[in-house]
Design a protein around this ligand. Sequence first.
Ligand SMILES: [Fe+2]
Length: 276
Amino acid sequence: MSLRTVASVAQPMVDTRVTWIDTNPEAAAALRTLLAAGRAFFTGDSETKDRVVPDGTMTGWRKVGIEYSVSPDRPDLNETFCFRERDDRAGVLPAALLQHPLLHACRVAQKHLDAIAASVLSDLSDIVGVRNNVAPVRTMGESWLQLNWSTPAVVERDFIQDAHEDGHLITLLLADADGLEVLPNNMEWLPVLPTPERVICFGGECGALLSGDAIAPTLHRVRANKHVPSRLSVAYFVNPDLDQELPPWVATTRNASVDLLRWGQENPARFGLPYL
Ligand SMILES: [Fe+2]
């Protein structure tokens, strides 16, 4: 029997594969600012975007068609902008980005989202019973923020992103319009609209491996709703920093030979799913 007396943020992930997290006022404000800066960027001039195309970094703008969920002939129908703190710290970002308000908005928003991620991971380690024996997982440097910009009303497919599972420890998500659908344990697709005030969190394959499958990756997709002219979403893909030890919290046959530190980067998503 559980002796827990404090509301758990991670327990719903164990029970139903998703959890909702109310953000504090500072975090909500930072996320609203990020959405505004992101909209200004994606609706701004193409010259600025071209100047921040990634050059050996995760950070930067990528046009439609780079990522896909099921097969290359079904690309995700969104532009993306990614921000990774390690790129920022290395001093390799282009001048056009250093001068752009989006960069500052990303820096501030990531600090809040990483604090939320730390709390989810700490709670999850508590649930699986190892909290007193492991150091907190540090995630600030190797995680990345990803802004996805789409125009659902005019795309010719039903889905902007086909169903897939993420490969990271966990994923935090919010958006400024509907379209996201998740598949919790009831096996019925559930439309959700996470916001700056209330973000959704679900597990990825790396989190499943770390926790000895206490959590499982969550299938999700983005529907192209025709009443939505444009949509901006923010994902925080949480990966462990490389300069730490990260043995599995619970050893299993599945995680016995896995390098958890690199799993999320090398396997950001899982396709070819049996449900499709
Ligand atoms: Fe995803």
